[in-house]
Design a binder for this molecule. Structure first.
Ligand code: PMP
Length: 303
């Protein structure tokens, strides 16, 4: 995939030209994975460009930084403003935003108190898992790699180092010809996709693994839970054994990048009819309706 890079990036308080927003090769974050980041989408809506759940994403960035004792030298509102400024500077409406805070140059010890640098980049992402996957769905596989066990790496932090796990899962899936990989937790029970949370449909209800299943507490996951409950659809958070991926009526992944992507098969077994099902379609309509204006924005998510 050829990536169109943005013209401008917000970096440590200034909007810089893309080529000037650089990091030293000895920065702590590069060596040890000591960064925390976010992925956010801005959508074109009838009321102009809106950044979806911006404040919730910025708060999660601070939460990830807190877990790793990484002081961020800005307020939530300052970083929200940085996001707005960088979208405007690049002249984007619909785009993906990537705030990142990292331990910068300041020592080589693992416990070194390095200053935290912060950047916000943005780019035109389009569909993360491919052009027409939202309509057609993808074929997924269960990875041979598990997610990290509790009390090893905190899955609730969106930290750079965690994505070594995600890369193993996603690259293995791609090498084997699948659209995405699904990881089990160290318990052997379902966790999540390489960069997406999972929902299974049984008899008209949504089932999703709990946050204790070594997963990132996704903001899209939370959005779906709220939209479903508001529309009379039952949601059950529970431990789910692997084989229920093959037995459920419908299955989909969700995340800021993947949005709501149906899964039509797992490990070569068709899910339901092998086509995106009615409840998946309903959740997609409610979700994408937030941006077309058909779903009321009752929580003030369009910022
Ligand atoms: N799990 C992982 C591992 C992720 O990287 C992501 C994407 N940030 C998600 C779940 C979904 O989270 P969100 O809906 O907040 O984007």
């Amino acid at each position: 995939m050829t990536q169109r890079y943005p013209d401008f990036i917000w970096h440590n308080g200034d909007i810089k030209r893309w080529q000037d927003a650089t990091v030293h090769v000895m920065a702590h974050g590069l060596h040890y994975g000591s960064s925390v980041f976010e992925g956010i989408r801005s959508y074109d809506t009838p009321n102009g460009a809106k950044i979806f759940r911006l404040t919730d994403h910025t708060r999660r960035l601070f939460a990830s930084a807190k877990i790793y004792e990484m002081p961020i030298p800005y307020t939530v509102e300052q970083l929200n403003q940085a996001c707005r400024d960088v979208v405007k500077a690049n002249g984007f409406g619909q785009c993906y935003l990537r705030p990142i805070a990292y331990r910068d140059l300041g020592g080589f010890g693992l416990s070194a108190d390095c200053p935290t640098s912060v950047a916000v980049a943005t780019w035109d992402m389009g569909r993360y898992l491919g052009a027409d996957v939202i309509e057609r769905g993808i074929d997924a596989c269960v990875s041979s790699w598990q997610r990290f066990a509790p009390n090893t790496l905190p899955a609730g932090a969106k930290a750079g180092g965690n994505y070594l796990s995600g890369q193993l899962v996603a690259r293995e899936a791609r090498r084997l010809g699948f659209g995405e990989g699904i990881a089990l937790a160290s318990t052997g029970l379902l966790s999540e996709g390489a960069g997406e949370n999972l929902f299974l449909v049984f008899e008209g209800a949504l089932h999703t693994p709990p946050v204790s299943a070594a997963l990132l507490n996704g903001i899209t996951r939370d959005t779906i839970i709220k939209l479903a409950k508001d529309n009379g659809i039952a949601v059950v958070e529970r431990d789910i054994p692997r084989e229920y991926l093959y037995l459920c009526d419908e299955l989909f992944m969700c995340g800021t990048a993947a949005e709501i992507t149906p899964i039509r098969s797992v490990d070569g077994r068709e899910v339901g009819t092998g086509k995106p099902g009615p409840l998946t379609k309903k959740i997609q309509d409610l979700f994408f309706g937030l941006f077309s204006g058909e779903t009321a924005d009752k929580y003030g998510w369009l910022e």
